[in-house]
Design a protein around this ligand. Structure first.
Ligand code: ADP
Ligand code: ADP
Length: 226
């Protein structure tokens, strides 16, 4: 598990405009933090800088108070899930979920046991032998989540994971994501432009606008402000 601290982080893609501008935020160990704001305000950029997928132009990033700007994406111990989880099309659900474990050299029996457990948590036990293209969108996102967390990352980053799902599936998976991350006690940063998702999932919400932090607090603090 991990705390995350962003100290005045900025990102410019073109050396002129700032997609993220002096953004500071602390996420406590085990906390569920939602980054909320309109499209284009810089949420994904913040998340990708946390994941090590995007260089930080200025400012400092810390995991457990260890300076992390230059730690490679693979060595950060963070897992990320995107809008539509790109699964390996030629691997079964089991093969997708166990892939990170295989890469880490884990024994197949142990990897399969973990996949089985996680599939139970995610409600996709009956799909373990199927290929991704035979799954619903919601099932595919569950597999992507399973694959992301199977190595017990220290932090879990999600970028609009529900936005490609229909309304009913969105509600269902939202509730499951909330329950699962709390069960696991995993530090989570969740990006969305949807207020309902933010309100129902967050321990705290960081509201972004034009690359800056506009407000941060519990859902009650953020939405009941006069
Ligand atoms: P814009 O509205 O064009 O994105 P900004 O306020 O992002 O303007 O930036 C205007 C100029 O101020 C930038 O070109 C840059 O030189 C400077 N600047 C703004 N924010 C930062 C920052 N976080 N770090 C360093 N320089 C900055
Ligand atoms: P959000 O996740 O809130 O929709 P983003 O972080 O994706 O916002 O984008 C913030 C700003 O940075 C936008 O103006 C977007 O066009 C720009 N941007 C994002 N990614 C890139 C990129 N790879 N190259 C250039 N500009 C980018």
């Amino acid at each position: 598990m991990s705390s995350i601290r962003l100290d005045s982080i900025s990102k410019s893609y073109d050396g002129e405009h700032f997609a993220v501008n002096k953004f500071s935020l602390s996420v406590a160990d085990g906390e569920f933090m939602v980054l909320l704001g309109p499209s284009g305000c810089g949420k994904s950029t913040v998340l990708r800088m946390m994941a090590g997928l995007e260089e930080i132009t200025a400012g400092e990033l810390y995991f457990n108070e260890v300076f992390a700007n230059y730690i490679g994406a693979r060595d950060r111990g963070v897992a990320m899930v995107f809008q539509s989880g790109a699964l390996y099309p030629n691997r079964t659900v089991r093969g997708n979920i166990t892939f990170p474990l295989q890469m880490a050299g884990e024994k197949p029996e142990e990897a399969n046991e973990k996949a089985h457990q996680l599939a139970g948590v995610l409600g996709i036990q009956q799909t373990l032998d199927r290929l991704p293209q035979t799954l619903s969108g919601g099932q595919r996102q569950r597999v992507a989540i399973g694959r992301a967390i199977v190595r017990q990352p220290s932090a879990f980053l999600m970028d609009e994971p529900l936005s490609n799902l229909d309304a009913a599936m969105r509600t269902e998976l939202r509730q499951e994501i909330g329950a699962m991350t709390r069960d696991l006690g995993i530090t989570t940063v969740y990006v969305t432009h949807d207020q309902v998702e933010a309100l129902t999932l967050a321990d705290r919400i960081a509201v972004m606008r034009d690359g800056r932090l506009e407000d941060v607090g519990t859902p009650a603090e953020v939405f009941d402000d006069p």
